[in-house]
Design a binder for this molecule. Structure first.
Ligand code: AMP
Ligand code: MG
Length: 584
């Protein structure tokens, strides 16, 4: 799949479909009451811009959870709510959300990890707040803030190619929207917080291992520059949760955990599909108008072509997202339509994986027998999901618009190819465009596949090696390049590459290295790294989770602690035998 995409090719000129989301935000506007509300020393005198900025940055954090306000009001007012109450499993119709109260976790709670970047930078909370009992209970579903009406979202989805009917938030609760001091609106959601009407046969819980993975990976992806939901905190409990991790009849007692995660929106392709499939066209239109109004500033709600423009944007952004996944060797693992965000961010981390050895057939999810969601299949799966989105939009598109939307969808793979070509050129430090660039990229990937070279470290070491080192094949400290250089076509490729670099005007070798190091991470969350941290976390030792969280917050910077831990070294022998399943 990958090779067919990266082979030398003439890229069709594609008209940019839609405009990337542009959120123009005024940082801490003086009209924002949150800018002043928690400042005990406030006076009526006007604040200078400097004072305002420094207050917003430092002293304006919320020190007491009691002053933190989230609200589902906007969502509740915008849509009809499920008329039935209670967390019992049922088929739900004619609504977008059901009210659902989280079920508190049993036993003592422990804060296993917290993201300062999210807590302070998104939620405006002082980190000290996270050390309070109130926070432990709030961020695990045991305490609601006054006026809070938590919601579970009704959605459906195509799972592994087939319509699965109603799915929904079976173990997640939307606590509300938070409007931060930067003027951004974020939705707070608990995952693992108990049963809802959408739990089907599930227990509404998430276990420690999957929660550690979600916490670490969503934060790591953010710092890799990949659009994603974020994780604020990870709380572990003593509540026993039974799981058959490898679906082999070996049921084990694990422990319940909750991740407090945030995103600008949690709406998915499946959010629209369920309405379309149930013939709830008015509600489909309502939800679409809401999403466009709130999240697609480039699309005007008054535009008669708005649904088409919305679709074009999602097609375009999904192509970009998947290209970014590929640029870091990330396989989501469960690319069902219910796990594909309408805002084209990475959501619902489950049996994902970062490739070690480069292999387009890499399948991170051991339950995915057919390899439907292999890393190399993701671009095609993206098209499948966008086809399903188009079907969901059909009831609100006129015939002509449906034809236009099909043309937009046809352009998807070109957008993807253009983006992937651009990204891999950047990964190789190439400036401008030359005829053989596609071949240079494709041959490198072919050699990497043949030699099972490490995806992350091959690109990283190409960034770290000087042209002279490359020329001399001085790979003593460079294990991934040493692997690659065993390929019979390596010399041919290297000559081509060095010649290509030498033709770059106004470029120095140091500049090239800097550029490349900024886009080729040294550290990604490899399964073996997550596994090792999980083993300790399960024994209530969170030191490795903390270390990984810290290191993966600067994945492009060489760090002594990471080197010591072997995070840039050849993966240990046991890494290959690791299995990650859907069980979570
Ligand atoms: P996922 O594949 O994790 O995205 O989940 C697919 C669907 O199954 C979603 O509707 C989830 O809410 C639901 N689900 C997964 N695990 C559980 C669980 N333990 N309890 C209830 N619902 C679950
Ligand atoms: Mg999901």
């Amino acid at each position: 799949m990958w090779s067919s995409i990266c082979r030398p090719m003439l890229f069709a000129l594609v008209v940019a479909l839609g405009v990337a989301h542009v959120h123009v935000l005024e940082f801490c506007q003086s009209t924002d009451p949150d800018c002043h509300g928690h400042d005990d020393t406030k006076t009526n005198s006007p604040l200078s811009p400097q004072t305002l900025t420094s207050r917003c940055n430092v002293s304006n954090l919320i020190h007491n959870l009691g002053q933190f306000r989230v609200s589902c009001k906007k969502l509740i007012e915008a849509f009809p709510i499920d008329e039935v109450d209670g967390n019992f499993v049922r088929t739900v119709k004619n609504c977008i959300f059901s009210q659902s109260i989280p079920t508190p976790l049993k036993g003592p709670l422990r804060l296993a990890a917290v993201s300062k970047d999210v807590i302070e930078g998104i939620l405006d909370l002082d980190m000290a707040v996270t050390r309070s009992d109130d926070f432990l209970h709030y961020a695990s579903g045991g305490k609601l803030l006054p006026g809070s009406v938590p919601l579970a979202h009704r959605y459906g989805g195509h799972q592994f190619g087939y319509w699965a009917g109603q799915l929904g938030d079976g173990r997640a609760h939307l606590l509300g929207q938070y409007s931060n001091r930067k003027g951004e609106i974020w939705e707070l959601q608990l995952k693992g917080s108990g049963r809802t009407p959408y739990s089907r046969s599930g227990d509404g819980r998430a276990v420690v291992r999957s929660s550690v993975r979600e916490f670490l990976c969503s934060e790591a992806m953010y710092f890799l520059g990949v659009p994603t939901s974020r994780a604020a905190s990870l709380i572990l409990s003593e509540e026993p949760v039974l799981r058959d991790q490898f679906y082999n009849g070996n049921v084990k007692k694990e422990r319940g955990a909750v991740v407090l995660r945030v995103a600008k929106s949690w709406f998915r392709i499946g959010s629209l599909e369920i309405l379309s499939q149930s013939g709830e066209t008015d509600l489909l239109r309502k939800l679409l108008n809401f999403i466009i109004d709130e999240h697609f500033p480039s699309v005007s709600v008054d535009d008669p072509q708005k649904y088409l423009a919305f679709y074009s944007t999602v097609v375009n952004e999904t192509a970009h997202l998947i290209a970014q996944w590929m640029s870091v060797g990330f396989a989501h693992g469960v690319c069902n339509t219910d796990n594909f965000s309408l805002l084209s961010i990475t959501i619902d981390y489950g049996p994902f994986g970062f490739m070690d050895s480069y292999n387009p057939n890499f399948v991170p999810n051991s339950s995915d027998d057919e390899g439907r969601y292999s890393v190399g299949a993701q671009a095609d799966v993206g098209r499948f999901n966008l086809e399903k989105l188009l079907s969901a939009l059909s009831p609100v598109l006129r015939e002509k618009q449906q034809k236009q939307a099909k043309i937009v969808l046809k352009g998807y793979i070109d957008v993807y190819q253009m983006r992937i070509h651009q990204i891999f050129k950047e990964k190789l430090g190439l400036l401008g465009e030359e005829e053989d660039d596609g071949y240079l990229i494709a041959l490198l990937l072919d050699m990497m596949e043949d030699t099972r070279s490490d995806f992350t470290m091959t690109f990283r070491q190409l960034s770290e090696a000087s042209a002279e080192q490359l020329h001399n094949r001085d790979f003593t400290q460079m294990w991934a390049l040493a692997d690659l250089s065993s390929h019979e076509q390596f010399s041919e490729w290297l000559n081509m590459y060095l010649h290509r670099l030498s033709r770059q005007q106004n470029d120095s070798d140091l500049d090239r290295q800097h550029r490349m190091k900024d886009v080729n991470p040294r550290y990604v969350l490899r399964n073996w790294m997550a596994e090792s941290a999980i083993k300790k976390a399960e024994m209530n030792d969170f030191s490795e989770v903390e270390l990984l969280h810290h290191i993966l917050s600067s994945p492009f910077v060489t760090q002594a602690a990471a080197e010591e831990a072997g995070y840039a070294a050849r993966p240990p022998w046991w890494a290959e035998s690791l299995n990650v399943s859907c069980s979570s």
